[in-house]
Design a protein around this ligand. Structure first.
Ligand SMILES: Nc1nc2c(ncn2[C@@H]2O[C@H](COP(=O)(O)OP(=O)(O)O)[C@@H](O)[C@H]2O)c(=O)[nH]1
Ligand SMILES: [Mg+2]
Length: 208
């Protein structure tokens, strides 16, 4: 069986395919001895039009590369930023409604987070449609992915009288939650701080 489809504990950590597929190799020390991988990988996922790309641009700035996901015509953007002393690669994924894919875009987004061993998945949702969008959050929790929820567009939600209690939602879901207005950079510092916490607390894999 192809090990990349297997989530059993037969390997200490799933292979870091993304680095090979998208051209990032793990760093080796000069004498080729055991070395720590120097990159954390983080995917932004969620429905279309929730602010993923805007947030991706805020996080990564201008040094972004776009390439087709292998074997498809679907484009995936990747960009980097140093967080907590680690070089973090962010992926902006195509819109997805569910982990059960219907479109090719959804299949790519699903493969990216399920087969490529992201260190963190950031699920971005629109606060105006929180109830509906939490379905995917629950699927991602069930899939046991390392998850952070961004509840974006709280400016628009609040205009409609919808108030989101970040702490209550975090304790109910048992994952970190950040409310944001990405369009005004509101919540960005808090998000970066939570990502830093995660990067610092996650042991990086050892590679030869
Ligand atoms: N009002 C408001 N608009 C936002 C916010 N975040 C993103 N947008 C807008 O929502 C639209 C969709 O954003 P985009 O990043 O393309 O969404 P994506 O499809 O998830 O990548 C754009 O017009 C953004 O400017 C926000 O927090 N508040
Ligand atoms: Mg987008």
């Amino acid at each position: 069986m192809d090990c990349h489809d297997c989530h059993q504990s037969c390997q200490p950590k799933r292979a870091k395919l993304s680095k090979k597929i998208f051209g990032f190799g793990s760093r080796k020390s000069a004498n080729n001895t055991l070395s720590r991988e120097s990159q954390a990988t983080i995917a932004l996922v969620g429905s279309p039009n929730v602010g993923k790309s805007l947030l991706f641009n805020l996080l990564t700035g201008t040094y972004v590369t776009v390439s087709n996901y292998p074997g498809t015509t679907v484009e995936v953007a990747q960009g980097q930023r140093t967080i907590a002393g680690e070089n973090v690669t962010f992926y902006d994924t195509p819109g997805m409604y569910s982990l059960i894919p219907i479109t090719e875009e959804e299949r790519v987004a699903r493969n990216l987070i399920l087969k490529e061993s992201m260190d963190l998945v950031i699920h971005v949702v629109d606060a105006k449609h929180l109830g509906r969008m939490l379905n995917l959050t629950l699927q991602l929790i069930e899939a046991q992915l390392p998850l952070l929820l961004v509840v974006n567009m709280i400016d628009e939600a609040e205009k409609l009288g919808i108030w989101v209690d970040e702490n209550q939602l975090a304790s109910k879901l048992n994952i970190p939650v950040v409310t944001m207005v990405a369009a005004q950079k509101v919540g960005l510092k808090k998000l970066i701080a939570k990502v830093a916490e995660h990067v610092q607390s996650t042991p990086l894999s050892l590679t030869y």
